[in-house]
Design a protein around this ligand. Sequence first.
Ligand SMILES: [Fe+2]
Ligand SMILES: [Fe+2]
Length: 226
Amino acid sequence: MNNIDKTQTLGQIVAKHPYTVDVLNKYKIDFSFKGNTTLEEAIRKQNLLESDVISELDLAVDEFKLMKSKVIYWENEPIDKILDFIEGHHHKFMNNTMNEIKMLFLLDNSDSEQQNQLRQLFFSLQEEMEAHQKKEEQNLFTLLREYSSNRTKELRDRIVKYMIDTEDEHDSAGIIFKKINTLTNDFSLPEDASPRVVKIYELLNTLEKETFVHIHMENSILFKMI
Ligand SMILES: [Fe+2]
Ligand SMILES: [Fe+2]
Protein backbone atom coordinates (compact mmCIF):
# COMPACT_ATOMS: atom_id res chain seq x y z
CA MET A 1 0.00 0.00 0.00
CA ASN A 2 0.90 3.67 -0.33
CA ASN A 3 2.81 3.06 -3.52
CA ILE A 4 1.28 6.04 -5.25
CA ASP A 5 2.17 9.69 -4.75
CA LYS A 6 -0.81 11.68 -6.00
CA THR A 7 1.24 14.87 -6.26
CA GLN A 8 3.36 13.30 -9.01
CA THR A 9 2.46 13.81 -12.65
CA LEU A 10 0.68 11.03 -14.52
CA GLY A 11 3.75 10.70 -16.73
CA GLN A 12 5.97 10.14 -13.68
CA ILE A 13 3.58 7.61 -12.16
CA VAL A 14 3.36 5.53 -15.35
CA ALA A 15 7.14 5.70 -15.89
CA LYS A 16 7.60 4.32 -12.36
CA HIS A 17 4.67 1.88 -12.48
CA PRO A 18 3.99 0.98 -16.14
CA TYR A 19 1.48 -1.71 -15.11
CA THR A 20 -0.96 0.92 -13.77
CA VAL A 21 -2.11 1.91 -17.27
CA ASP A 22 -5.12 -0.42 -17.23
CA VAL A 23 -6.49 1.27 -14.11
CA LEU A 24 -5.89 4.74 -15.59
CA ASN A 25 -7.56 3.70 -18.86
CA LYS A 26 -10.50 2.31 -16.92
CA TYR A 27 -11.05 5.74 -15.32
CA LYS A 28 -10.24 7.51 -18.60
CA ILE A 29 -7.39 9.35 -16.94
CA ASP A 30 -5.18 10.64 -19.76
CA PHE A 31 -1.61 9.75 -18.74
CA SER A 32 -0.46 10.08 -22.32
CA PHE A 33 -1.32 13.36 -24.03
CA LYS A 34 -1.82 15.03 -20.63
CA GLY A 35 1.14 13.40 -18.90
CA ASN A 36 2.17 16.65 -17.19
CA THR A 37 -1.02 16.75 -15.10
CA THR A 38 -0.69 15.52 -11.53
CA LEU A 39 -2.82 12.57 -10.46
CA GLU A 40 -4.69 14.62 -7.86
CA GLU A 41 -5.48 17.30 -10.42
CA ALA A 42 -6.78 14.74 -12.94
CA ILE A 43 -8.98 13.12 -10.28
CA ARG A 44 -10.38 16.49 -9.25
CA LYS A 45 -11.06 17.62 -12.83
CA GLN A 46 -12.90 14.39 -13.64
CA ASN A 47 -14.84 14.37 -10.36
CA LEU A 48 -13.60 10.91 -9.48
CA LEU A 49 -13.52 9.44 -6.01
CA GLU A 50 -9.88 9.83 -5.00
CA SER A 51 -9.83 6.92 -2.55
CA ASP A 52 -11.19 4.51 -5.20
CA VAL A 53 -8.67 5.49 -7.86
CA ILE A 54 -5.69 5.49 -5.54
CA SER A 55 -6.56 2.18 -3.90
CA GLU A 56 -6.93 0.53 -7.33
CA LEU A 57 -3.60 1.94 -8.46
CA ASP A 58 -2.03 0.76 -5.21
CA LEU A 59 -3.46 -2.69 -5.74
CA ALA A 60 -2.03 -2.84 -9.28
CA VAL A 61 1.41 -2.07 -7.87
CA ASP A 62 1.06 -4.66 -5.07
CA GLU A 63 -0.13 -7.32 -7.52
CA PHE A 64 2.76 -6.58 -9.82
CA LYS A 65 5.23 -6.94 -6.94
CA LEU A 66 3.69 -10.30 -5.99
CA MET A 67 3.93 -11.62 -9.53
CA LYS A 68 7.63 -10.74 -9.61
CA SER A 69 7.30 -10.12 -13.37
CA LYS A 70 9.94 -8.25 -15.27
CA VAL A 71 9.28 -4.86 -16.79
CA ILE A 72 11.54 -2.38 -18.56
CA TYR A 73 11.81 0.96 -16.76
CA TRP A 74 12.48 3.09 -19.79
CA GLU A 75 13.60 6.16 -17.85
CA ASN A 76 16.69 4.18 -16.79
CA GLU A 77 17.56 3.15 -20.34
CA PRO A 78 19.84 4.99 -22.80
CA ILE A 79 18.27 7.30 -25.40
CA ASP A 80 19.36 5.08 -28.33
CA LYS A 81 17.59 2.06 -26.92
CA ILE A 82 14.38 4.05 -26.40
CA LEU A 83 14.53 5.40 -29.96
CA ASP A 84 15.09 1.89 -31.36
CA PHE A 85 12.07 0.63 -29.46
CA ILE A 86 9.82 3.51 -30.51
CA GLU A 87 10.72 3.03 -34.17
CA GLY A 88 10.88 -0.75 -34.18
CA HIS A 89 7.80 -1.36 -32.10
CA HIS A 90 5.47 1.66 -31.77
CA HIS A 91 5.90 3.22 -35.21
CA LYS A 92 5.73 -0.14 -36.97
CA PHE A 93 2.69 -1.22 -34.98
CA MET A 94 0.97 2.09 -35.71
CA ASN A 95 1.63 1.92 -39.47
CA ASN A 96 0.63 -1.74 -39.77
CA THR A 97 -2.54 -1.33 -37.73
CA MET A 98 -3.58 1.84 -39.56
CA ASN A 99 -3.08 0.10 -42.92
CA GLU A 100 -5.18 -2.82 -41.75
CA ILE A 101 -7.97 -0.46 -40.65
CA LYS A 102 -7.71 1.48 -43.92
CA MET A 103 -8.25 -1.73 -45.94
CA LEU A 104 -11.30 -2.58 -43.84
CA PHE A 105 -12.76 0.90 -44.35
CA LEU A 106 -12.18 0.66 -48.11
CA LEU A 107 -14.09 -2.63 -48.20
CA ASP A 108 -16.82 -1.47 -45.82
CA ASN A 109 -19.95 -0.30 -47.59
CA SER A 110 -22.07 0.70 -44.60
CA ASP A 111 -23.07 4.33 -44.98
CA SER A 112 -24.59 5.31 -41.66
CA GLU A 113 -23.84 8.86 -40.56
CA GLN A 114 -21.74 7.53 -37.70
CA GLN A 115 -19.68 5.22 -39.88
CA ASN A 116 -19.05 8.01 -42.40
CA GLN A 117 -17.84 10.34 -39.66
CA LEU A 118 -15.67 7.60 -38.23
CA ARG A 119 -14.14 6.93 -41.64
CA GLN A 120 -13.30 10.63 -42.06
CA LEU A 121 -11.77 10.88 -38.60
CA PHE A 122 -9.70 7.78 -39.17
CA PHE A 123 -8.34 8.95 -42.52
CA SER A 124 -7.30 12.29 -41.10
CA LEU A 125 -5.65 10.50 -38.18
CA GLN A 126 -3.74 8.22 -40.53
CA GLU A 127 -2.58 11.12 -42.69
CA GLU A 128 -1.38 13.08 -39.65
CA MET A 129 0.29 10.17 -37.90
CA GLU A 130 2.13 8.90 -40.98
CA ALA A 131 3.57 12.36 -41.65
CA HIS A 132 4.33 12.83 -37.94
CA GLN A 133 6.22 9.55 -37.54
CA LYS A 134 8.20 10.13 -40.71
CA LYS A 135 9.21 13.59 -39.49
CA GLU A 136 10.17 12.21 -36.08
CA GLU A 137 12.41 9.55 -37.57
CA GLN A 138 14.06 11.84 -40.11
CA ASN A 139 14.57 14.93 -37.95
CA LEU A 140 14.07 14.70 -34.22
CA PHE A 141 15.25 11.12 -33.67
CA THR A 142 18.32 11.66 -35.86
CA LEU A 143 19.29 14.68 -33.76
CA LEU A 144 18.59 12.80 -30.53
CA ARG A 145 20.87 9.94 -31.61
CA GLU A 146 23.61 12.45 -32.30
CA TYR A 147 22.93 14.20 -28.98
CA SER A 148 23.23 10.98 -26.97
CA SER A 149 26.97 10.90 -27.75
CA ASN A 150 27.56 14.63 -28.30
CA ARG A 151 25.74 16.73 -25.71
CA THR A 152 26.30 20.24 -27.01
CA LYS A 153 24.12 23.26 -26.25
CA GLU A 154 23.71 24.02 -29.95
CA LEU A 155 22.33 20.53 -30.62
CA ARG A 156 20.09 20.71 -27.58
CA ASP A 157 18.58 24.01 -28.73
CA ARG A 158 17.73 22.50 -32.12
CA ILE A 159 16.20 19.45 -30.44
CA VAL A 160 14.04 21.57 -28.14
CA LYS A 161 12.53 23.38 -31.16
CA TYR A 162 11.59 20.07 -32.77
CA MET A 163 10.23 18.77 -29.48
CA ILE A 164 7.82 21.69 -29.15
CA ASP A 165 6.43 21.03 -32.66
CA THR A 166 6.26 17.31 -31.96
CA GLU A 167 4.25 17.83 -28.77
CA ASP A 168 1.82 20.07 -30.66
CA GLU A 169 1.35 17.32 -33.24
CA HIS A 170 0.73 14.83 -30.44
CA ASP A 171 -1.99 17.11 -29.07
CA SER A 172 -3.60 17.27 -32.48
CA ALA A 173 -3.61 13.45 -32.79
CA GLY A 174 -4.97 13.27 -29.23
CA ILE A 175 -7.93 15.43 -30.24
CA ILE A 176 -8.79 13.06 -33.12
CA PHE A 177 -8.53 10.02 -30.83
CA LYS A 178 -10.85 11.73 -28.37
CA LYS A 179 -13.37 12.46 -31.14
CA ILE A 180 -13.24 8.82 -32.25
CA ASN A 181 -13.76 7.66 -28.69
CA THR A 182 -16.72 10.01 -28.18
CA LEU A 183 -18.30 9.17 -31.55
CA THR A 184 -18.15 5.42 -30.88
CA ASN A 185 -19.09 5.83 -27.21
CA ASP A 186 -15.83 4.23 -26.14
CA PHE A 187 -15.95 1.64 -28.93
CA SER A 188 -19.43 0.33 -28.16
CA LEU A 189 -20.56 -1.47 -31.29
CA PRO A 190 -23.56 -0.14 -33.20
CA GLU A 191 -26.56 -2.45 -33.49
CA ASP A 192 -26.28 -4.96 -36.33
CA ALA A 193 -22.57 -4.24 -36.79
CA SER A 194 -21.11 -6.32 -39.62
CA PRO A 195 -18.07 -8.51 -38.87
CA ARG A 196 -15.98 -5.92 -40.71
CA VAL A 197 -17.22 -3.09 -38.49
CA VAL A 198 -16.59 -5.26 -35.42
CA LYS A 199 -12.99 -5.68 -36.58
CA ILE A 200 -12.61 -1.93 -37.27
CA TYR A 201 -13.78 -1.09 -33.74
CA GLU A 202 -11.52 -3.71 -32.22
CA LEU A 203 -8.46 -2.42 -34.11
CA LEU A 204 -9.25 1.24 -33.35
CA ASN A 205 -9.55 0.40 -29.67
CA THR A 206 -6.18 -1.39 -29.74
CA LEU A 207 -4.65 1.48 -31.68
CA GLU A 208 -5.87 3.98 -29.08
CA LYS A 209 -4.42 2.04 -26.13
CA GLU A 210 -1.14 1.45 -27.93
CA THR A 211 -0.88 5.13 -28.89
CA PHE A 212 -1.38 6.18 -25.25
CA VAL A 213 1.75 4.22 -24.32
CA HIS A 214 3.66 5.42 -27.40
CA ILE A 215 2.98 9.12 -26.71
CA HIS A 216 3.68 8.66 -22.98
CA MET A 217 7.06 7.23 -23.90
CA GLU A 218 7.89 10.23 -26.08
CA ASN A 219 6.39 13.09 -24.05
CA SER A 220 7.02 11.85 -20.51
CA ILE A 221 10.15 9.73 -20.80
CA LEU A 222 12.22 10.55 -23.88
CA PHE A 223 11.66 14.33 -23.95
CA LYS A 224 12.27 14.63 -20.20
CA MET A 225 15.79 13.29 -20.73
CA ILE A 226 16.81 16.32 -22.76
FE1 LIG B 1 6.47 8.42 -32.34
FE1 LIG C 1 5.32 11.22 -31.72
